[in-house]
Write a new protein. Sequence first.
Length: 277
Amino acid sequence: MIAIVLALGASVSWGVGDFLGGVSSRRLPTFVVMAVSQVAGLAAVAAVVAALGEAAPGTGGIAFAGAAGLGGIVGLAALYRGMAVGAIAIVAPISASSAVVPLAVGLARGERPGALQLAGVAFVLFGVALTSYERGPGGPRLAAGVGLAVLAALGFGLYYVFIAEAGEESALWAVLVARAVSSIVAVVVVLARRQASSLHVRDVPVLALIGLFDVAANCLLVLALNRGLVSLVPVLASLYPVTTVLLARAVLGERVAREQRAGIGLALGGVALISAG
């Protein structure tokens, strides 16, 4: 029961953070949003690691964690930008199809997925196809932000693959190193583009809150995995787009077509099947 609560808490925390990140990216440069939120999250997870006194991993673990950080920053940048130019209720569920990436890596390594996972892949692909198109004056057209949502799914999928390798030595250190890499990348991009001047003091609390929600979700996920079934916890944690979509509807009044709602349901259902398998 505790593992279920923790996993659902991670899902809600990720969903709220993604919603705030997407909304913030509609009025601020994407990498400014990410720079502040990533640094805030880095400070939080560093404090947790220091408090627990965990030993640092070896060079192999650090390398995998660094690669996870690069995948994560690409995924977040694409997600936030996608939600800035498109409907959050469409972009967020497509990004959740990232579960296909670890499955593909497993296939390349010789793993053989079960029937549930194969069905999940079919659900995800069909759901993404339905969600990606919207009605236009000239007929169906690709919805805004879909390409970025697919890129976000790829980035998040690579993050999961690499963080799983890094986390075998120390889960919290893996998150810390990954967050350090993503923070450095985000800050360098902001400085290179000279976007720091677009940040106002009044924006900092919300942007920092995004980072705290993200780190809280990662920590809750680690705790849930330590207490529950690996086959169940990821299923619950992968439901984060539900929170994002509900917030987009309640706060922004976003509406999507019936076909797209069906696609969202299929995509999320597919994610659950892949994780459960």
